[in-house]
Design a protein around this ligand. Structure first.
Ligand code: ASP
Length: 352
């Protein structure tokens, strides 16, 4: 009996080191962007063509990722992210959804242009039901540039996607050693490598292939979301567009969108989502004709207060809370797949 126990303990002891080194499987979904860009020379850090390098070359350029996980790649798109439409967004979401459902996939990385990276990340956090880590990563310099930031960003993104302690924490944006929550990260500088920030701070840091966590997100996402990519048919979402606020606005900007068939307008208002007094009647007219009016702000920090700058209850308008206009556009589009009720849409803006 004693011998059997000793033998058992020995064999467990021998197996343990292997068990702890068993690597997770991570799939990199490549979509283009600067991280796959190419410039004419190594000093071209800002002048280059995005979306040139195929996924295999991206992965082979950072062989160290294979020490972190068993990494394979799929080329979903090859596009500069400013050209992404609902069609491409849905293609990415469906691809990621298909991958996370596979039992042999532990995490997914999406390489993406930085221009609209935050939008894709937020959308994935709303529609993909999983607790597996999903990491969206880009770079500010193309791989051909001196001090390209893509290789380390990719390395860290794979480390994050493979990290067991990243499970259930949502969709991340990994840039410049920071781990951000998809819902509140935004691109704040268009020229430096520390381009992404969140007004609520990063969730954590990724240093030398290890995660360091500092906070969790308080809002609904992924498994707790009421939206699901499986329920979305076709390759377009309900049409929602943004009008940017300034002095000297024209009602025609909103009326043109009505003609184009919008179902909601995100007003990226001045200050606390303010609307000029001479624009209010146009917005109320559109609201009465069934177009949702959603007040966001052109100010990058803070949040829009309901019934403060405008009597939202009286007008039947919605406030976007702390979502920036481009993220408000996506939540509004998803909300409109479920309801036309402004109160119900407002509930969603409080919860996501
Ligand atoms: N325009 C590029 C893109 O979004 C910029 C980048 O990736 O940094 O695809």
């Amino acid at each position: 009996m004693k011998k059997t126990v000793t033998a058992l303990a020995l064999s467990i002891g021998m197996l343990l080191p292997f068990a702890s080194y068993a690597k997770n499987n991570v799939v990199v979904v490549a979509t283009g962007g600067t991280i796959a860009g190419a410039g004419a020379s190594s000093t071209n850090s800002a002048t280059y063509t995005a979306a040139k390098v195929p996924v295999d070359a991206l992965l082979n350029a950072v062989p160290q990722i294979q020490n972190l996980a068993n990494v394979t790649g799929v080329q979903a798109l090859q596009i500069a992210s400013e050209s992404i439409t609902d069609k491409e967004l849905l293609t990415i979401a469906r691809k990621v959804n298909e991958l996370v459902k596979r039992p042999d996939v532990n995490g997914v990385v999406i390489t993406h242009g930085t221009d609209t990276l935050e939008e894709t990340a937020f959308f994935l956090s709303l529609v993909v039901h999983t607790d597996k880590p999903i990491v969206v990563v880009g770079s500010m310099r193309p791989p051909s540039a001196l001090s390209a930031d893509g290789p380390l960003n990719l390395y860290s993104a794979v480390a994050l996607a493979a990290a067991d302690d990243a499970k259930g924490k949502g969709v991340f944006v990994l840039m410049n050693d920071d781990i951000f929550a998809a819902r509140d990260v935004t691109k704040t500088i268009n020229i430096h490598t520390d381009a992404f920030q969140s007004q609520w701070g990063a969730l954590g840091s990724l240093v030398e292939g290890k995660t360091y966590w500092f906070r969790n997100i308080a809002k609904r996402h992924n498994n707790s979301s009421e939206f699901n990519i499986d329920d979305i048919k076709g390759d377009a979402l309900p049409l929602v567009q943004i009008v940017y606020g300034s002095t000297n606005m024209l009602p025609e900007s909103y009326l043109a969108l009505q003609k184009a068939g919008v179902k909601a307008i995100i007003n990226a208002g001045t200050g606390n989502g303010s609307v000029a007094n001479y624009i209010v009647p146009t917005l109320n007219q559109l609201q009465q004709q069934g177009i949702q009016i959603i007040r966001s702000s052109r100010v990058p920090q803070g949040f829009v207060l309901r019934n403060a700058e405008q009597p939202d209850d009286k007008y039947g308008w919605v406030v976007a809370h702390d979502l920036n206009p481009q993220k408000a556009r996506l939540l509004a589009a998803l909300a409109l797949t479920k309801t036309k009720d402004a109160k119900e849409i407002q509930r969603m803006f409080w919860e996501y």
